[in-house]
Design a protein around this ligand. Sequence first.
Ligand SMILES: Cc1cc2nc3c(=O)[nH]c(=O)nc-3n(C[C@H](O)[C@H](O)[C@H](O)COP(=O)(O)OP(=O)(O)OC[C@H]3O[C@@H](n4cnc5c(N)ncnc54)[C@H](O)[C@@H]3O)c2cc1C
Length: 596
Amino acid sequence: MYHKYDAVIVGAGGAGLMAALYASRGVRTAVLTKLYPTRSHTGTAQGGVGAALGNHEEDHPEWHTFDTIKGSDYLADQDAVKTMCYEAVDIVYELEHMGLPFNRTKEGKIAQRPFGGHTNNVTKQPVRRACYAADRTGHMILQTLYQQCIKNNVTFFDEFHVLDLLVEDGTTRGVVALEIATGELHVFHAKAVLFATGGWGKVWSITSNAHTLTGDGPAIALRRGIPLEDMEFFQFHPTGIYKMGILITEGVRGEGGVLINNEGERFMERYAPTIKDLASRDVVSRAIYLEIRAGRGIDGKNYVYLDVRPETVNKYFDLDGKKNPDGTPRRITAADIEAKLPDIADFTRTYLGIDPITQPMPVQPTAHYAMGGIPTDVWARVLIDGKRTVLPGFYAAGEVACVSVHGANRLGTNSLLDINVFGKRAGIDMVRYCRENDFLPLPKEPEAFAREQLESLRSRQDGRERVADIRREMQEMMMEHVGVFREEPGLKQAIDTIKDLQDRYQHIAIDDKGKRFNTDLLEAWELGALLDVAEVTTAAALSRKESRGAHYREDYPKRDDKKWLRHSLALRKDGKIELRYKPVTITEYEPKERVY
Ligand SMILES: Cc1cc2nc3c(=O)[nH]c(=O)nc-3n(C[C@H](O)[C@H](O)[C@H](O)COP(=O)(O)OP(=O)(O)OC[C@H]3O[C@@H](n4cnc5c(N)ncnc54)[C@H](O)[C@@H]3O)c2cc1C
């Protein structure tokens, strides 16, 4: 089947929907999504969206900018960070005016809570910058944007799985997608294409990410010769539910929750004396691992406690001298937990049989967020080399993109911000591009490459390998060697294992030979994407011989600005990953050591 739209948006998370809203105001726009839109991962985001509204206390976009750059371990491009943090205030009000039901202060303003790494730049104390709708902020963003898209008659192709990007003579021509219900291939002819396909936490065994986050976007881009930027930087969130990886929002610590080891000690006091449990995620994740390695995990196991019981929290509020704006001592009650963290209370009761009001929660770091991805400028235009050359008509926004606003480590609440700010910018620039350019012809046999990939998966005669086995082996190996701590021998072993798994992938068995709802086939295709992304991540991690943000090399424990203050760009050439580098944009803030 053949379709023609000016703008095609792949992905219906926050980034895709915001872009669709803006693009559809100017040109014919279609959204393709492998999930029903409101099932996108954005809907699971809990804690909040960052913006220096200053509704509780003094705050400034400039402070937000500095915190983001510092949190990024100085790898973020400073012009891009500034764009995001200054546009944050308006985008939050825009969401409010669309009807997003934020929690409120007593005066009726948008309520804000503290989050890791967000500070008052003068006192260095945590500042309340995260705007929240209970612990369902992402759910509310997704629902609000989806309603707006429906109101504005955006055309949706739900459960269409994109397999290929059409590029010819250095310009974008469209995409090829499989309709999951029928198994038919569809060609979408377009002037402009946006990838807003989200992250790839499924590369690791313990992850907060949904099953569908398999790195389709970056894998397709890589196969079409587009480089991937800063892939070695993948964030582990410190507080996933033990063994399950399900996220417990940093909002819990924002409300006063503390991390405790088997000696009952609040150990973050030793690692980050000023900001303690609200240090940035890379710092807290490493601290948890170090505690576990030192034998201070609970019951000698691989977890620590996250404690938000009112008695514990109020004790530490007193010790820390925490006060309300009116000078009275800060307090948290059971009712506050039920009101501000209802989903967390529900998760832990359901999955663990633990009531967070009376019991501490067992947590361990969980693979959470991709800082790297498809390189773009601040208008979400994809850049294909170190000279920032644009690939006309191709855009990327949201977690799949690397602008780079998060550098080596993202601060909490900055992704919900990123998807809105750069989703909007993508939509606006796609309209400009579509108005200035005519449709270019499709390549000959546009669906040939996608068909070939599927046919080769479907028709393997010697199928003896199981998709689930290869996936599990990859995930466990990545957790062990390309996780929070890395070193050369482990990374080399990881490369060999991935090669071996890629060979075995050539012999997988697909049981379902049919066409309709063939999830067996699509899972196999997704595994191919995961393996590609794992390979790039590992190659980039092996090559970066320093520690910065989320990338921690035990054999190179120091940050090395002289050699490594640069972004990596990974390309596949003749079956091998080749790494190139490009400079970091530094405007006002000279790199300093991060101290918490
Ligand atoms: C549990 C959890 C909690 C979080 N909490 C917060 C928070 O409090 N604050 C914060 O700032 N960030 C948070 N994050 C991070 C943030 O939510 C995500 O980074 C962000 O929502 C990603 O949005 P997105 O639009 O880029 O992609 P997603 O919302 O992941 O959407 C991806 C879309 O791409 C589509 N897609 C993917 N592949 C294909 C394909 N091949 N064909 C067609 N469609 C495809 C999917 O159908 C989906 O619609 C959290 C993340 C998780 C996992």
